[in-house]
Design a binder for this molecule. Structure first.
Ligand code: PAF
Length: 284
């Protein structure tokens, strides 16, 4: 069932709750791929009812980012959701989510701001305000859908850590379920932004997963010094890559680490053919 208004979703969820049914939420920005479908599959398995939100959230895009050209494929997304036994596809307009007036200027919107310590690194460094927009919309979706479980991919591991922190700090009654990164056979992590890559870019994009896999195998062989591990990346990079960061942090707190452990996650962001790609790997 495709619904566009908050009221319709709330009414349906209220009915389910009355019947004692559990509800899973998979928040997405659409352009669904197998990564999203793995989250949806998990929700359908675990919960009596599943809601997938499809909303390209304008307030999480920074000036100069790809808000206007972000792929919008609602018809195809709805079909995929139907095939996956999703109960509701919730596809609101920006005005439905934020009101006509609030969209004119963000100054009139109440935001949920995650701690500086979690956003002053990795993607937060270059995407100023991005995680404020993510936390605000996810919090709104939680309030609208009131899910028992919400499903997020480890591909956006900083986002996942920040959402877990928000849920804990604000006592939001939802259990966050994290799901592993889904990759193409080549190793490339699935992302809606892969649509922007040419065939040649796709080959250069493999450097990200190769760097991460190589770091993990060096760590498993006993190298723990993160500077030494970082050095190993340069052999995979050339003029086609614009490395933004390669960082080692604690998996839960995102605290940078100098010596890698089994609780370290390695994060990479790199532009290929002008497309900003991210990936990460857990060393444990
Ligand atoms: O990961 C995403 O696609 C988005 O950041 C999310 C969680 C759907 C919020 O808009």
């Amino acid at each position: 069932m495709l619904l566009h208004t908050i009221k319709e979703v709330q009414e349906q969820v209220k009915q389910w709750k009355k019947e004692g049914l559990s509800v899973g939420l998979v928040p997405t920005m659409g352009a669904l791929h197998n990564g999203h479908l793995s989250l949806i599959k998990k929700s359908v398995e675990m919960c009596d009812r599943t809601v997938v939100s499809v909303f390209v959230n304008p307030i999480q895009f920074c000036p100069g980012e790809d808000l206007d050209k972000y792929p919008r494929t609602l018809e195809q997304d709805t079909k995929l959701c139907e095939q996956a036994n999703v109960d509701i596809v919730f596809a609101p307009t920006p005005a439905q989510m934020y009101g006509e007036n609030q969209m004119r200027t963000n100054d009139f919107l109440t935001y949920v701001i995650p701690p500086f310590f979690y956003v002053n690194k990795l993607c937060g460094k270059s995407r100023i305000g991005h995680f404020d927009g993510v936390c605000t919309v996810v919090n709104k979706l939680f309030n609208i859908v009131q899910p028992d479980f919400a499903f997020f991919g480890e591909k956006d591991a900083q986002q996942l850590a920040i959402i877990k922190k928000m849920v804990k700090d604000l006592n939001i009654p939802v259990e966050i379920i994290s799901c592993p990164i889904v990759r193409e056979e080549s190793g490339l992590a699935l992302s809606s932004r892969n649509k922007y890559l040419s065939q040649e870019d796709k080959i250069h994009a493999l450097a990200l997963s190769k760097i991460l896999n190589n770091i993990k195998s060096c760590y498993k062989k006993g190298i723990t010094n993160t500077s030494a591990l970082k050095e190993t990346a340069y052999g995979f990079l050339n003029e086609h890559h614009e490395l933004e960061y390669l960082e080692f942090t604690d998996n839960t707190t995102l605290e940078p680490v100098e010596s890698a452990t089994d609780n370290t996650r390695v994060f990479i962001a790199c532009k290929v053919g002008g497309v900003r790609l991210i990936d990460n790997i857990f060393l444990g």
